[in-house]
Design a protein around this ligand. Structure first.
Ligand code: TZP
Ligand code: MG
Length: 233
């Protein structure tokens, strides 16, 4: 785990499929999103072959690194190692956290998807730096989501992380994901905040920024909603 916690506040997850990227250049879209205020980027591409994924990762790292923004790779620890980016985001069916940590080293950022309190606590105890909590709302971006948990589910997970009384759980960073947009972001943050005092550290979005005709404006709008949200860490 790095010494300084990354800024998770506006977490962009990429998508290169036609309905979302609409044939535009992913690197340019991410560049615009960073200009609008995105603080961390995850390359997520479920269809690219390894060589293509490495090419995309290198291209994105070429813009995230000079901007001082961490780049994480979805699912693929090998690709993160190959390009020397800052970390990975792994799901429950991907490589286990302990092995990923051994391969990537102590300063890598390792994020894990969690849709229940049990998954969240297990991941935090195993050394995840942050949890991607969701799916908050059903979304066309990820059709095979098993669990739609709503803000109340996010809140329950945050409460469980505090209640267990373990530093790894209490201190793990958290973002929520799934159907978050400018119209619901503040409500989601408010309704997700645990009364036990663990707010989310950020929101993660795909289509709200990537599918927008202006990724920069979309990011800017979300940023200003975050900064005016009282229930934000
Ligand atoms: N994991 C849970 S939902 C989701 C992922 C990657 C997709 C979220 O996409 P959007 O467009 O922000 O709803
Ligand atoms: Mg995965």
């Amino acid at each position: 785990m790095g010494n300084m916690k990354p800024d998770y506040s506006l977490y962009l997850v990429t998508d290169s499929t036609e309905p979302i990227l609409k044939g535009r250049d992913l690197v340019q879209v991410v560049k615009d999103a960073i200009a609008g205020g995105v603080t961390i980027v995850q390359l997520r591409d479920k269809t690219a072959e390894t060589a293509e994924l490495i090419r995309k990762a290198k291209a994105l790292h070429g813009i995230t690194k000079p901007a001082g923004i961490p780049l994480l790779i979805n699912d693929r620890v090998d690709v993160a190692l190959a390009v020397g980016c800052e970390g990975v985001h792994i799901g429950q069916d991907d490589m286990d956290i302990t092995t990923a940590r051994r391969l990537l080293g102590p300063s890598a950022i390792i994020g894990v998807t969690a849709s229940s309190a049990e998954e969240a606590m297990t991941a935090a105890k195993a050394g995840a730096d942050y949890l991607g909590i969701g799916t908050v709302f059903a979304t066309p971006t990820k059709e095979n989501t098993k669990d739609i948990i709503y803000p109340s589910g996010v809140r329950n997970i945050l409460s469980a992380l505090v209640e267990v009384g373990e530093p790894s759980c209490k201190d793990v960073s958290t973002v929520c994901i799934g159907g978050i947009n400018a119209s619901n972001a503040q409500r989601v943050l408010y309704q997700s905040t645990s009364p036990l005092g663990k707010p989310l550290n950020g929101i993660a979005v795909v289509s709200e920024i990537i599918a927008s005709p202006s990724p920069a404006d979309a990011a800017k709008d979300l940023k200003s909603l975050l900064s005016s949200s009282p229930s934000f860490a």
